[in-house]
Ligand binder design. Structure first.
Ligand code: AMP
Length: 733
């Protein structure tokens, strides 16, 4: 058949030769009488009598396109890409490219890269990430990506592709979006199995969840007799990935489930594992064996009695040796039976505070600690980073506070008092004590390591980089830690962003628990007329004047921490003197909302700064308000408004506002009148307009001296501070 078709084609060509050949820009796909056709769009013919038109540069025909089809090119980038983060999932939506390149077969590929905090390096997102409905070849203009890591930066590229994308050598056009995931509970514990079974106990083993989404604080083993879950179940807590459940009935079928807990909450329970305990073996003993058993029982009883007497007299009791990692709690008919409420014990109530250290804190052998580098300095000595390896535990990074050589006995006691306090706390938002080293020459306090250091410097380093929800989550963590401390009856007295530590998952923990230290080592603390040394800017008026420290005065400080967080580590009351701060607060002035701060958050700050301490919210209320804001982020969209007040006539070096104060008056008062024209040309005719200016606005005025730009910005901030008086709030126009 092939040769017959060739013959026919040759005949047709001869025939065509008799008709006129096609001109340039025209073609005829087969010889014959038909007319020449103009080349399709974006194609051309290079010779006369062309049978096909070739594509112009950067235009292509896909393999399945007919030769008479127009040539097309790859699409431009998708547009209007928007993202919505929900925990560790993100929904991405975009619109189709404005230039589809002449094709309708547009599909999308999604590229995902993960960038760790502080490292600045990105890597592929990994196989665990799920793309719904799929990652490549999407025809729809939306996708949901789940199973991302918590508190992580991700970049997504949405590439538009068509049938000719692979023919082009140019890079694909894409739209990009950067997102940061939020806090999320750990993923489900997957593999749980039984290691051994006895008549009354079962030992279980499991793996850490695939996505811990933070540091796993503990695992919870839930167990109950088969078919009896509704009546009663028990839980057992374990810090390791194994646990032995004891006190079970022999020959009974039990069901077990495990879940992990991080500071973000609990993950889902694992699948149920069913285990039957062993049956009771009836034993037959001879007389000698019975005598031995009786002797062993009597000896055991005597030892037990001795231990009990010893405990009563408090001889050498050490919690560290008595307490296992596992904590048991019983639930009857679904109701939690809480242990009796616990209160914080002031180590100074002990005759010998060192006894308190040994009662509350675990003693660590110095050889178990490897000090690697110095990371800071405290009042008593250097703070180092190192690693701690305890027997049958994995090595963990730790912070080590050291007591400098040549210390006095009092310094040793004061230094260790912080450990005695910290040892009594167990909360995900309070720094955890690993133990103390007191039996070696070098005295040390070992705590969990917080990779991002103190909150104030961390915020300054990442100025403007967090979403409002992330900032609220930071505050929620601190509030939750403070609620726990207040419930124990502990008053912190020095709550400030510099005393909050941040780990690699952005979890914030309250730290700095010294006693005399509060007054001594804080560089912010200043002597007051009442004799004490107090961090004025963070402290409630009644505590400054009458030394009335309480959880309510901690709430005042929390309000200042809220302000520090929303202002990314700005110094409260800027460069005002301590005395000006005391006077202003006394007269009713309060810090204004930082730039972009939602009104609801500023209102909460103002509530924390109520003069009457009974009017301030409690930490439990603060946490629930912050929780509500996180759940309904639409309430965070309204930013606080700027208010004005009638400024008191007494001059303390502030700019004095009157109804006719002008921009020029103000510039004169700050000795910057040379820039009057700059402000006028920039269109800033009223102080109201000036007050809304930020650093970029000032730069745009064309003021070349950076020092002057900064001076103007500081004075705008100061003016805003002056403009908020809780006694007389009126809109500034
Ligand atoms: P402090 O004596 O507690 O104020 O600690 C001094 C400095 O050491 C802090 O400002 C932190 O930068 C650093 N630091 C203290 N404890 C830790 C920790 N647990 N993890 C990381 N850095 C810490």
């Amino acid at each position: 058949m092939g040769w017959a078709r060739a013959l026919l084609w040759a005949a047709l060509c001869t025939c065509a030769a008799s008709t006129e050949a096609c001109k340039l820009g025209f073609y005829k796909s087969a010889p014959g009488d038909q007319l020449c056709t103009q080349c399709p769009a974006h194609s051309h013919s290079e010779v006369r009598a062309a049978q096909v038109c070739h594509c112009d540069a950067s235009y292509y025909r896909a393999a399945l396109d007919s030769p008479s089809a127009s040539c097309t090119r790859p699409p431009s980038a998708p547009v209007s890409l928007v993202s919505g983060v929900n925990g560790t999932a993100v929904a991405l939506e975009w619109s189709s490219p404005l230039d589809k390149g002449g094709r309708s077969d547009i599909l999308y590929d999604v590229i995902c890269r993960r960038c760790a905090w502080d490292v600045g390096q990105c890597e592929a997102c990994g196989a665990a990430v799920r793309f719904i409905p799929q990652q490549m070849g999407l025809w729809q203009t939306s996708i949901t990506v789940t199973n991302l890591l918590a508190h992580m930066n991700y970049t997504f590229w949405i590439e538009a592709i068509s049938g000719v994308s692979d023919l082009s050598l140019e890079p694909r056009r894409s739209a990009t979006v950067n997102i940061t995931t939020n806090q999320a509970a750990p993923s489900q514990v997957m593999l749980i199995r039984q290691k051994s079974t006895g008549q009354n106990s079962v030992t279980l083993l499991w793996h850490e969840p695939d996505q811990p989404n933070g540091i796993i604080l503990e695992y919870e083993v839930k167990y109950f007799e088969k078919n009896k879950e509704m009546q009663s179940y028990s839980t057992l807590k374990s810090k390791a990935t194994s646990a032995t459940v004891s006190g079970l009935k022999p020959s009974t079928c039990y069901l077990f489930q495990v879940r992990a807990r991080t500071s973000a909450g609990c993950g889902r329970f694992s699948q149920i594992l069913e285990v039957e305990t062993e049956t009771v073996r009836t034993l037959r003993y001879d007389t000698i064996t019975i005598v031995w058993i009786c002797l062993a029982l009597i000896t055991g009883l005597v030892i037990l009695l001795l231990v009990l007497i010893c405990r009563k007299r408090r001889c050498g009791y050490s919690k560290a040796f008595q307490e296992s990692d596992e904590e048991k709690r019983h639930y009857e008919n679904g109701q939690v039976m809480f242990p009796e409420s616990k209160f914080y014990v002031d180590p100074h109530t002990y005759e010998d505070p060192c006894q308190a250290v040994h009662e509350f804190a675990r003693e660590i052998e110095a050889s178990r600690i490897k000090i690697e580098k110095v990371i800071g300095s405290g009042e008593f000595g250097e703070v180092c980073y190192g690693r701690l390896k305890l027997p049958s535990k994995r090595e963990i990074p730790v912070a080590i506070k050291t007591l400098k050589a040549g210390y006095t006995e009092k310094q040793r006691r004061d230094f260790l008092s912080e450990a005695s306090i910290m040892a009594q706390f167990d909360h995900p938002n309070v720094i955890r004590l690993e133990g103390v080293v007191t039996r070696s020459r070098l005295v040390m306090i070992v705590t969990e390591y917080m990779e991002n250091g103190s909150l104030d410097s961390f915020l300054r380093k990442h100025d403007g980089q967090f979403t409002i929800i992330q900032l609220v989550a930071i505050l929620r963590g601190i509030g939750s830690g403070m609620r726990y401390l207040a419930d124990l009856g502990y008053v912190h007295r020095d709550l400030a962003a510099r005393n909050i530590l941040v780990n690699s998952n952005l979890v914030c923990k309250v730290s700095d628990f010294g006693l005399s230290r509060v007054l001594e080592d804080d560089p912010e603390a200043a002597y007051t007329t009442s004799g004490g040394k107090i961090p004025i800017r963070w402290t409630a008026p009644e505590a400054i004047t009458f030394r009335k420290f309480s959880s309510a005065s901690d709430v005042w400080s929390f309000g200042v921490v809220m302000w520090e967080v929303l202002a990314y580590g700005e110094r409260p009351y800027w460069n005002m003197t301590n005395q000006d701060v005391i006077n202003s607060v006394e007269e009713g002035y309060r810090l204004p909302a930082p730039m972009g701060c939602p009104g609801a958050l500023h209102q909460l700050m103002l509530d924390c700064w109520q003069r009457d301490r009974n009017e301030r919210p409690r930490f439990s209320q603060i946490v629930s308000i912050l929780d509500k804001l996180i759940r309904s982020p639409e309430n965070l969209k309204v930013t606080a408004t700027i208010h004005r007040f009638t400024y008191p006539s007494r001059d303390r070096g502030f700019f004095s506002f009157t109804s006719c104060a002008t921009v020029n008056d103000w510039l004169e008062s700050i000795k910057m009148s040379r820039y009057q024209e700059h402000f006028a040309l920039g269109g800033y005719f009223s102080l109201g307009m000036v007050m809304r200016m930020n650093a970029e606005d000032i730069q745009r005025l064309g003021i070349s001296l950076v020092g002057h730009q900064q001076k103007i910005l500081k004075n705008i901030q100061l003016m805003r501070a002056q403009l908020l008086h809780t006694g007389s709030l009126r809109m500034y126009v």
